[in-house]
Design a protein around this ligand. Structure first.
Ligand code: NDP
Length: 291
């Protein structure tokens, strides 16, 4: 029976580590890291996520600010705010909470965030660096997945890793990070033929689909490591992942729960990236603009 990878406890450790890093940076004459989260409109889930990010930031000594804009905000108005934040030396990390209202193109907006402040790691410059194995900011969820695997001392070299899902924010970047660590990586998606047989080969499974318990327990090879990124709310209100947890746990050697697995790690890695951004800004000294 599989051991549970406790993301909640590990995330608390990472947050404490970031808190110590913030204190050390300030102590050495550096800036207090500043994170601004821009939220547009009234998506209820976004409101909860942003509150979580702010609370966790403040707990680690990061100065977190939310810019909440009305649902009717135009793309031009949002871009102007991003330009202002990009130029503000007290802001080290800028994050635009998705989804955005339909009049705003998210690609245009995400491309406008300064790559040096792009703590989500979504800017094409940062994606390019990730592809080349020299990431500036690893996207928070994949970063959290890797941190969990490292904490559990999972040796990835030569292992068969199967990632289910190919989104820009989870599937693709996590596959790249696994590849960087010398796993043999297969990326599956909605057109994959016979998903069950691909997953059955895996020493490490990362599920990021967004379909409740779609990865069945009997697809899991004995002793496999299972990381479940999915967060799905059932009509009953219960949260479940993309993996059939109870059955998969019987076969896995290690498995992440939902909730309490990857979710808390995502926020912890956002704080980590914000500290890194502030350290880099300090090391680089003030730019011409801010001098
Ligand atoms: P997306 O909807 O962007 O991507 C889902 C992926 O799953 C797509 O690549 C899609 O394939 C694939 N897919 C859909 N149906 C199937 C199928 N039947 N068989 C195989 N693959 C399939 O989702 P995200 O990556 O943004 O999120 C995935 C899940 O992770 C969600 O539950 C989300 O809530 C959760 N999440 C959790 C986070 C956390 O902090 N823990 C952070 C981010 C997301 P195709 O490309 O062909 O359409």
């Amino acid at each position: 029976m599989g051991e549970i990878l406790d993301g909640k406890a590990l995330a608390a450790e990472v947050r404490a580590e970031v808190g110590r890093g913030v204190a050390a940076l300030v102590e050495s004459g550096g800036p207090r890291p500043g994170l601004t989260v821009v939220r547009v409109g009234n998506d209820p889930a976004s409101e909860v996520y942003v509150r979580g990010k702010r609370t966790a930031s403040e707990g680690a000594g990061i100065a977190a600010v939310e810019r909440h804009l009305p649902e009717t905000t135009t793309e031009g108005e949002l871009l102007a705010i991003l330009d202002e934040l990009n130029a503000d030396p007290a802001v080290h990390g800028v994050l635009v909470q998705l989804p955005l209202p339909e009049q705003i193109r998210s690609t245009v907006v995400l491309d406008r965030v300064s790559p040096a402040k792009d703590v989500d790691g979504f800017h094409p410059d940062n994606v390019g660096l990730l592809v080349q194995g020299r990431a500036r900011f690893k996207p928070c969820t994949p970063h959290g997945v890797m941190r969990m695997l490292d904490a559990a001392k999972v040796d990835l070299a030569g292992k068969e890793a199967v990632v289910v899902g190919r989104s820009e924010i989870v599937g693709k970047p996590v596959a790249l990070l696994l590849l960087e660590r010398h796993a043999t990586v297969t990326i599956c998606h909605s057109r994959t033929r016979d998903l069950a047989s691909v997953v059955r080969r895996a020493d490490v499974v990362v599920a990021a689909v967004g379909r409740p318990e779609m990865v069945r327990g009997d697809w899991i090879r004995d002793g496999a490591v299972v990381v479940d990124v999915g967060i799905n709310r059932l009509p009953t209100g219960k949260l479940v992942g993309d993996v059939e947890f109870a059955a998969a746990k019987e076969r896995a050697s290690l498995i992440t729960p939902v909730p309490g697995g990857v979710g808390p790690m995502t926020i912890a890695m956002l704080l980590f990236n914000t500290l890194e951004a502030a350290r880099a800004a300090h090391a680089g000294g003030p730019s011409e603009k801010t001098r």
